[in-house]
Write a protein that binds this ligand. Structure first.
Ligand SMILES: C[S@@+](CC[C@H](N)C(=O)[O-])C[C@H]1O[C@@H](n2cnc3c(N)ncnc32)[C@H](O)[C@@H]1O
Length: 243
């Protein structure tokens, strides 16, 4: 199966496992960083591109945003519609073109660990730029490129995690890893490739974070200690300039 087809079908095959997956690192650490990057969303039109089963859409909706969630994977959108509050809208669609979404119709766009799933990430960045109003914000979270370069995970001695390996960093392309017990593909790209793509589209980079747990989060989840050892995620806050 070719690479693009595999990227586009792997989520359908794993949708039910993903729905059941432990989301602690997102719910109890990453969400707070994403919300901080987004700022006040109350009364704003927000699109969550690659929304999965809609968890973050529901959170934004509770905070007063008018939310549209869009995802390519039908079973995930079906689940989002079931779990939704009725205030969000959920659509099946492709992040690489956002076909059917009007130009300049959102105040903010979210891409929560999705660009690593796309072959044409530049097209997805262009599409997000297109649907944002001037002055709108695009908040992107990806798996940290330093974590993605080597897909095998921690180097261990018995149960001890010795270190997280970094190699082949500049060799961009697919990486295969295990998630929810299955082989998954993501696309590794360097940090500078992402930043260059955002800037080439016309976005202004306003913030960049490598999220770590707070003391309270560490007390609640001692296993989050790993996040202090090797960067796991990267969040960009981007602004579409006013005309
Ligand atoms: C790692 S999951 C993240 C889901 C959600 N953002 C979250 O944080 O829970 C990646 C998501 O990207 C979606 N996806 C992959 N390729 C896509 C595409 N071309 N267009 C839209 N969504 C896509 C998958 O269906 C999946 O829901």
């Amino acid at each position: 199966m070719d690479l693009n087809r595999r990227l586009r079908t792997q989520w359908t095959e794993s949708a039910q496992d993903w729905i059941r997956q432990d989301q602690a690192i997102r719910v109890d650490m990453l969400d707070s960083w994403m919300l901080n990057a987004l700022g006040d969303v109350s009364g704003r039109d927000v699109i969550d591109v690659g929304c999965g089963e809609g968890r973050f859409c529901r959170l934004l909706s509770e905070l007063g945003a008018r939310v549209t969630g869009i995802d390519l994977t039908e079973p995930l959108i079906e689940r989002a519609r079931c779990l939704g509050s009725g205030r969000e809208s959920y659509l099946i669609g492709d992040a690489e073109n956002l076909a059917g979404i009007d130009d300049e119709s959102f105040d903010a766009a979210v891409s929560y660990i999705v660009l690593v799933d796309l072959l044409d990430y530049r097209a997805a960045i262009d599409a997000a730029f297109r649907v944002l109003r001037p002055g709108g914000r695009f908040v992107v979270c990806i798996v940290h490129p330093m974590r993605m370069a080597v897909a095998g995970g921690w180097i261990r001695r018995g149960s001890e995690k010795l270190f997280y390996p970094l190699d082949d960093y500049t060799k961009e392309g697919p990486r295969e890893f295990l998630m929810v017990g299955r082989k998954f593909l993501n696309i590794h790209r360097t940090l500078s490739s992402y930043v260059s793509a955002f800037l080439a589209t016309g976005f202004v980079l306003e913030g960049l974070w490598e999220p770590v747990p707070s003391d309270e989060q560490l007390t609640a989840h001692p296993d989050f200690e790993d996040e202090l050892r090797a960067p796991n995620f990267l969040i960009y806050s981007l602004r579409k300039p006013r005309a």
